[in-house]
Design a protein around this ligand. Sequence first.
Ligand code: ADP
Ligand code: MG
Length: 301
Amino acid sequence: TPLRVAVRARPLLRRDGPAADLSIDHREFDRVFGADSSQAAVTQHCAAPLVDCLFKGMHGCLFAFGQTGAGKTFSMLGAEGGRRRACQDGVLPLATGDIFRRVAQLEAEAAQAGSSSQYQLRASFVEVYRERVYDLLSPSEDARRQLRLREQADGSVCAEGATELPIRSIKEVLACVARGSAARATEATGVHEHSSRSHAVLTLTLEHRWRTDRDDGMINKQHAKLTLVDLAGSEDMTRSHGGTGNRDGIATNLGLHALTRVLAALASDAEHIPYRDATLTRLLQPALGGDCVTQMLACVS
Ligand code: ADP
Ligand code: MG
């Protein structure tokens, strides 16, 4: 199926206090990862099929959903948000490693067959906050630069001029993330508050150029995107139900609620998919639905 949902429970931390019983109904999810699950197992289930798609020229999208502190960033990036590589690498570095292994193999096979085949991986990293999109990899002084949104023919928007960096190693993708996280942290008030209320969208674009004997010197080109989204904390969804949501809460809610409706519409094959309801869903429209594969990882503490 094009939409799959896994759930992951993180282990109890000292600060959690006494444990409550956790029970998850396995029938509700495609896969349940317990507190002892490894990053490798989560990546294998949630990201490997998306990496497969990438090599077939199809887009894929992986969302980490859950309350603040539930393990979204740990799952996506690794321990300490990917800054420390202590066998705790998350989905992004592990999947990037996967991509490079496959590229090396495919390029070697092509060379052996006497054809030429070249892959290039690039990354962009943007943040959606209060319905606006910011470039987290901007080279300018202004570390977190707001991007203009340009509407495209299909109603989706593209963030004009988002910086894309070439990625040649796992180290480079982690450097990208570190740079983006630093840009997020420059917000004057409440770093943690800010990053738990915004959506971090990291996109890997794989471009493939190849030529075979039959192509008469023509170069074939294909590209596909793998989008990893670390969503705003889901507590923001409930907060506004009580009527106490402030401006931030309501704006982030817009994205989370719109995403919920879009996924529900896609899952039920609805005719109308309400992408246009929020910036997050408009931005991700090309990576959702259609030929794309979508994976949700619901994190719980
Ligand atoms: P979120 O991004 O959802 O707010 P984090 O990923 O920052 O949550 O996780 C909160 C804390 O729990 C962090 O200290 C993180 O290192 C720890 N943690 C989360 N998931 C796991 C896990 N599967 N194993 C060990 N520690 C985890
Ligand atoms: Mg986080």
